[in-house]
Ligand binder design. Structure first.
Ligand SMILES: *Cc1c(COP(=O)(O)O)cnc(C)c1O
Length: 549
């Protein structure tokens, strides 16, 4: 029988898959293709914190894309893929301080790569084998780290920090509205979180059918932690109105300023509310610790002895954050992003429930399903939101937990906080800059720059509290935007330090947004010289843009 015409093409296509059986020649081709791509990327590197040169994005051209008749070679496609990274910031570069995006470690990249090749699906252990066990192991390691009992807790990787908050709120719905999974939500339920909490509170409320308007945003102290008195007042008002509390969300490390809520007080408040109102359910407390979780490695650090030799200012900052983070175990559930302060690639987010039995509330078609965790086999697919779940997030988290250990994470985080403290010290020392999160204890610094002739000792408080300073505040907002645009244009040319800007660090007492410049340090390669460089850049930018019009 002669070969059909397609057969030669098929043979050719087979060459673009990894060999299914041991075949050194073909493996070599696979590895070579990856190496060649990495090599090409290296050609895009220079001293600047960008891959290649930033291009003007052309969506109109992108919309012209069509599927070609003929395919291309592995090499051609790889070349094309590399090109798609043109203009990306290099997150690990010490002059990249844009946002809470970490540079992934080498083992974590391998952790993402291997599952990409062998494609485990965490929906069940039938399809993920050792990876299912690994998910359990990561959940146990992390549980112990934050103070949960791993014999009672359970963890599932999901589609992002947003997903972890979604899980927390979803459990809360089932507690506040029993059997909502079957019958839907019958009644009014609210989520309470701080004004500085992540906006995913709104996605979550919207997507879960509660409605964005059912999110109550509670004011914060100047350190960006939730005001417990206001939280209590808001919670009582909601209960007095006959609404049910779906979740109290504690933000353990806010995105813009690393504010850490007083979780202890939030849980105590919840317990008080249950008693005072004789509630027939216990409102769920979810800790959004996607950023702050990693500080748990300081739970058992001896700050007095300070064996790692952090500067006193750093010790104070780490201890201050640590005091609040050490209460994480009191939350009913916790959101953890390894792809933020755990140095893995996206997406690596873990939802941890303190009581695994509670996950039973989320099981699909509960009537037909066997009891979870009893049979010895794991089929997370019966209670996870997703069906297919890849193994990359799990394995890269596992990789970094092993790579760093507690001490390694202490060193990385401690150094980043040390560098951020140094930046804050510099900015406080100059008479044209003020630090907005001056009680900041994390790796992020939000600051403001002023033109000549402004008394920066008093301006910050006046702008924040005095409605008569409104015009001045808005003028300085514009000044900081201009200064940022200057720094941004420079950064896009590969010069200077690449930082970011927030349009609203906080609202003033009279309701105006305060614009701030933001440095988020996550590159382990940042040293004192880069901090000094940033300060010099800012002062130079001040000169360059001149006085406000
Ligand atoms: C980033 C962030 C989120 C959202 O996490 P994603 O992984 O981006 O979905 C939620 N909460 C806080 C405090 C965050 O900083």
């Amino acid at each position: 029988m002669s070969e059909p015409p397609y057969y030669e093409r098929l043979t050719h296509l087979r060459d673009s898959f990894p060999a299914p059986v041991s075949d050194r020649m073909r493996d070599a081709y696979f590895v070579f293709s990856i190496m060649q791509a990495l090599d090409r990327i290296d050609d895009m590197k220079s001293e600047v914190p960008l891959l290649g040169e930033p291009q003007q994005l052309d969506y109109a051209a992108a919309e012209q894309a069509t599927l070609a008749e003929e395919g291309r070679s592995v090499e051609d496609v790889a070349r094309q893929l590399v090109g798609r990274l043109e203009g990306m910031p290099i997150w690990g570069h010490p002059r990249t301080q844009i946002n809470v995006v970490p540079p992934p470690s080498i083992p974590s990249v391998i952790g993402a790569l291997l599952p990409a090749i062998y494609n485990p699906n965490l929906v069940s252990d039938d399809t993920s084998y050792g990876l299912a066990e690994t998910e359990t192991a990561v959940a146990a390691m992390t549980s112990r780290l934050v103070g949960y009992d791993p014999a009672r807790s359970a963890g599932i990787f999901t589609f992002g920090g947003t997903g972890t908050t979604l899980y927390g709120a979803r459990l809360g719905i089932e507690k506040a509205f029993p059997d909502a999974m079957d019958n839907g939500i019958r009644g009014d339920g609210v989520i309470l979180a701080s004004e500085q909490s992540h906006y995913c509170r709104l996605n979550v409320a919207g997507w879960l059918g509660l409605g964005e308007r059912q999110v109550i945003e509670v004011p914060t102290h100047l350190r960006n932690d939730i005001r417990i008195d206001r939280l209590e007042a808001a919670a009582r008002a909601a209960l007095d109105d006959g609404r049910r509390i779906v979740a109290l969300v504690a933000t353990m490390g806010t995105t813009d300023a690393f504010g850490v809520d007083d979780l202890d007080a939030i849980v105590d408040l919840r317990d008080r509310l249950v008693a005072d109102y004789g509630l027939d359910y216990t409102p769920h407390v979810h800790a959004d610790a996607v950023i702050g979780w990693a500080w748990s490695v300081f739970n058992d650090y001896d700050f007095e002895g300070n064996a790692l030799g952090f500067r006193p200012r750093t010790v104070r900052a780490l201890a201050a954050a640590g005091r609040r983070i050490s209460k994480l175990a009191r939350a009913d559930s916790i959101g953890i992003d390894f792809h933020k302060t755990g140095f893995t690639p996206y997406i690596s987010s873990l939802f941890l429930a303190r009581e695994r039995d509670e996950l039973q509330l989320l099981v699909r078609g509960r009537d037909q399903m066997p009891y979870l965790f009893q049979s010895g086999e794991r089929h997370p697919g019966v209670y996870t939101l997703e069906t297919s779940r890849g193994g990359g997030g799990v394995l890269s988290a596992y990789a970094n937990l092993h790579l760093f250990g507690r001490v390694g994470l202490r060193v990385l985080l401690g150094h980043l906080v040390e560098m951020a403290e140094l930046l804050r010290e510099h900015l406080e020392g100059h008479d044209s800059t003020t630090v907005l999160n001056d009680d900041g204890v994390g790796p992020v610094t939000v600051f403001r720059v002023y033109p000549d002739g402004v008394d920066t000792w008093t301006i910050k408080d006046r702008e924040r509290t005095d409605p008569a300073a409104r015009a001045e505040l808005l003028r300085h907002n514009e000044y900081n935007r201009r200064l940022f645009r200057y720094l941004y244009d420079r950064a896009m040319r590969g010069e200077g330090v690449h930082i970011s800007m927030t349009d609203c660090y906080r609202h003033t007492d009279y309701g105006e947004p305060v614009v701030g410049l933001k440095s988020f340090m996550l590159s382990p390669f940042i040293d004192e010289q880069h901090v000094e460089r940033l300060v010099a850049d800012i002062l130079q930018a001040r000169q360059a843009i001149g006085a406000p019009p």
